[in-house]
Structures are given as C-alpha cells and as structure tokens.
Design a protein around this ligand. Structure first.
Ligand code: HEM
Length: 429
C-alpha cells in the first residue's frame, strides 16, 4: 500500500520535476498521489480539465489548498464562492474590459517605453529585476490609475511580496506542523508583509483616479477590510504573474534575433506615424501575441491549480469521493510530448488556443479574470521592447530552470542591450 505521505517529500523537493515525471509517465487520466489523508489526484489528461474547471461550484470548487492563501489575501474573491464571488468578479471583469477597450493600450505602452529607455541607459540588467517593477507599475496603473505609487512605495511592495511568498509556497502541503518558534517567526513575517502592503495600498487609495479599478470596487459597499483584501488579491495576482512571465519573454527575445526583428517590424506595422501603437491595429499583431502565449506555455506563472470535490463525482468511469483534491499542473500539461511536438522548444507557430492542454489562465468560472490584461501586457512588452532595443547578449544560455514558489521565479539572467539602430537614427533626425 502507498504510504499516505509517500509523495510529499518528492513534491516539496522539486515540484516541477515531480509534476513532469508523474504526469508524463501516467497511463491513467487520474494519478493518485500520496500527499495526505484526503485523496489527491493529478489530472494528466487534458480532456478532463474542462469538466473539472467548469463543473458547478456545488459539485467541484476551489478547495482547502487555496484556503491556505487566506493568510495573505484574506476574504477576497479568489477564496470566496457563490454570490459574493460572482458579484465582485463581475465588477472587476467589467472594469478591466472597459479599460482594455479604451485606455490600457496607450498607458501600458507608455510605461513599457519608459522602462525600455531606462534599460537602454543601463545597458546590462537582470531580466526579472527589470520586469518586476515594470509589472508593478502596470498593475498599479490598472488598480489606482497612473502615478498613484511613489518609487519608494513600489520598492516596499516588492520587498513585502518577497517576505511572504516563500513561506506561502512551503506551507501549501505541510503535514508536519512547524516548531513553535518557526511558526512564530513565519507569522510575524506574514503580518509584517501584509502590513507593508496595506500601508502602501492605503496611500495609493487616496490618490486613485476616478476611472480606476479601485473606484469600481468601492461601488460594492465592502467593508474597509474586505476592500483592502480585494485590492491585495488583485495586486498580487496581477503583478507577480505578469512580472515573472515578462522576464521569460525578454529572455526569449534576447535569445532569438530573428524573432525580435520580426516583432520590431510588426510593431512598426501596427503603429501610427508618430510611432504610437494604434488601438484598431493591435489585433493584427499576431506574432507578438503568439510570443506572449508561447512564453506562458513554457513558463506558466501559475504552474499548478487545484479543485476539490464538494460531493461524490464520477469522471472517466471512476468515482471520486467528497473531499478529493484534483491537481492540474500547467507545467506538466504544457510540456507533455503527447500533447505538444518538441515540447521544450520555444515555437511561436503553435496553435495554443486549439490545444486543450494549454491552461495558463485556468478555465471556467474561476479562470483568470485578468487574462486579457495579462496577455496585453506581454504583447505590448514584446512590441515595445523589440521596437526600442537591440539585444546584444544573454547569459547564461540556456537559462537554468525557474524556482518554483507561489509563481515560477526566473533565475538570474543577464541581458545586454543597446538602442535599436532605427530608433537612434529617428531620434537624431
Ligand atoms: C500573465 C499574467 C497572468 C497569469 C498567467 C494569471 C494566471 C491566473 C490563473 C491560472 C488563475 C486561476 C487560478 C485557478 O483557477 O485556480 C488566475 C486567477 C486570477 N487572476 Fe490571474 N493571471 C495573470 C494576470 C492577472 C492580472 C493582470 C490580474 C488583475 C489585474 C489577475 C487577477 C486574477 C484574479 C482576481 C484571479 C481570481 C479569479 C477568481 O477566482 O474568480 N491576473 N490567474
């Protein structure tokens, strides 16, 4: 008989390798994992992803694993269900859709362009050290409007996220309780991290623009604490995912001259005479969008998701009892050779959206509500960076694997850039 906890140490040692090995070797659509007293299954066949993710929430919903995030995102919509979840999600969704249709493209482009100029001045930088503050600025613009965060507050937020995320990731499948002093230290770190985030958010709230997501959330009549939790969720879910994916996108641009040149060309073809990207033309920028999607295939920021059966369910002719957890790992599904040709190669010609094994944003009623924004940020990053910069060197190449934490943290990747020649000429003229 498999011991109850037999898989835990392999998972905790290297979750990416664990998901990949167990997933690729699987002969069954559901692989039983020994990760505790309650049953846990890894879903290895994409045919069952949608039935699980799209099931009604009284059958299958977010489960006890996501509840561990309550320590940090409190009573926010990611951990809520039913009407309270739907009501908040609808407001967020509507506000993000409005921004996508009207303001985000010029505002995000401007933020990225400014950042590209800073990188050109620096000439050599670390990929994630460059994209983390960039993502922060983009998320802050969406949440509060432009310039609501001071540079000092931005640094404080980055620090606060660092303080809490490793503990959160480590606690996900903890069976043996921490020793009392370790528990105390962690609790203190978490409280301090949360306090730092709340402090910065309260300062940004006072400067929030009328058209910001924060103002839309204020129409919901939430308590102060609920509003704070919701903003924290959006802030964390929005910036860390995009920031880590953006680092990998820069890496691939830097490592692939012809792709970068083709995207620079695409940027020109969708821009007006002054070099600004045109809202009505962006839909033609399919290469930059594919580069964003392919980055998320190889490096899905949310590399595993979970759901829990709220009542007995039957899938693939098998019965699963109430309380069963289903784990779905984008890291495995995006790299399984049964579902992708040459899975380890970065290839922008893939038909991502036709492949049921592609789940970087999840699926169903709990799919990422910021999916449109996240993709737009990556697409604009590719367009603006390729249009402004010439990538001269990237090392190490190939890059080592990411560090799996709450998201996939990129390793140190040194990138060397200069201003793209055509831009230099235009500026001199
Ligand atoms: C590349 C960027 C992003 C990636 C890869 C990503 C990924 C995901 C995934 C996989 C989920 C679903 C988790 C699950 O099903 O259990 C999710 C949920 C969520 N994401 Fe994102 N996300 C990104 C950007 C954003 C942005 C920009 C925002 C907001 C500004 C955002 C806000 C949220 C929220 C609020 C949820 C919870 C949705 C709910 O439970 O109803 N995300 N994200």
């Amino acid at each position: 008989m498999i011991p109850w906890f037999g898989d835990l140490s392999a998972f905790r040692r290297d979750p990416l390798e664990f998901f990949l090995q167990r997933g690729i070797a699987a002969k069954e659509p559901f692989v039983k994992l020994a990760m505790g007293f309650a049953p846990v299954y890894l879903v290895t066949d994409p045919a069952y992803i949608k039935p699980i993710m799209k099931a009604s929430e009284d059958t299958i919903d977010k489960g006890r694993l996501i509840q561990k995030l309550r320590n940090i995102i409190g009573q926010s919509s990611m951990v809520l269900s039913g009407d309270r979840h739907r009501e908040r999600r609808a407001v967020i969704h509507q506000q993000l859709a409005r921004g996508l249709a009207s303001t985000y493209i010029p505002q995000i482009s401007a933020i990225i362009r400014h950042h590209a100029a800073l990188l050109a001045r620096e000439q050599v930088f670390d990929a994630h050290a460059a994209t983390a503050p960039l993502a922060l600025r983009m998320t802050s613009m969406i949440l509060f409007g432009s310039r609501a965060l001071s540079p000092g507050d931005e640094n404080m937020l980055v620090e606060a996220v660092h303080m809490v995320e490793d503990d959160l990731a480590a606690d996900m499948f903890k069976i043996v309780p921490d020793l009392p002093w370790v528990r105390r230290r962690k609790k203190q770190r978490l409280q301090e991290g949360r306090q730092m985030m709340s402090l910065v958010i309260s300062r940004a709230r006072s400067k929030a623009a009328e058209s910001s997501l924060l103002r839309a959330l204020q129409t919901l009549n939430l308590s102060e604490e609920e509003l704070n939790d919701e903003v924290l969720l959006l802030f964390l879910a929005g910036h860390h995912t995009s920031g880590t994916a953006a680092a990998w996108l820069l890496y691939h641009l830097a490592a692939n001259d012809s792709l970068c040149n083709a995207i620079a060309h695409e940027a020109r073809s969708v821009s007006d005479d002054t070099g600004e990207i045109r809202l009505d033309m962006l839909k033609n920028a399919t290469l930059s969008l594919a580069a964003g999607r392919e980055t998320l295939r190889l490096f899905p920021s949310a590399y595993w998701l979970s759901r829990e059966a709220k009542q007995p369910v039957e899938l693939a002719g098998r019965k699963f009892k109430r309380g069963t957890s289903f784990l779905m790992s984008a890291w495995h599904l995006h790299r399984d050779p049964r579902y992708w040709d040459r899975p380890d190669e970065f290839d922008v010609s893939r038909a991502h959206m036709k492949n049921p094994a592609y789940i970087p944003f999840g699926a169903g009623p709990r799919a990422c509500v910021g999916m449109g924004v996240g993709l737009l940020e990556l697409q604009l990053l590719a367009l603006e960076m390729a249009a402004s910069l010439e990538f001269k060197d990237v090392s190490p190449f190939p890059a080592p694997p990411p560090k799996p934490s709450v998201t996939l943290i990129p390793p140190q990747i040194r990138i060397e850039v200069g201003l793209r020649q055509t831009v230099k000429t235009a500026a001199v003229a």
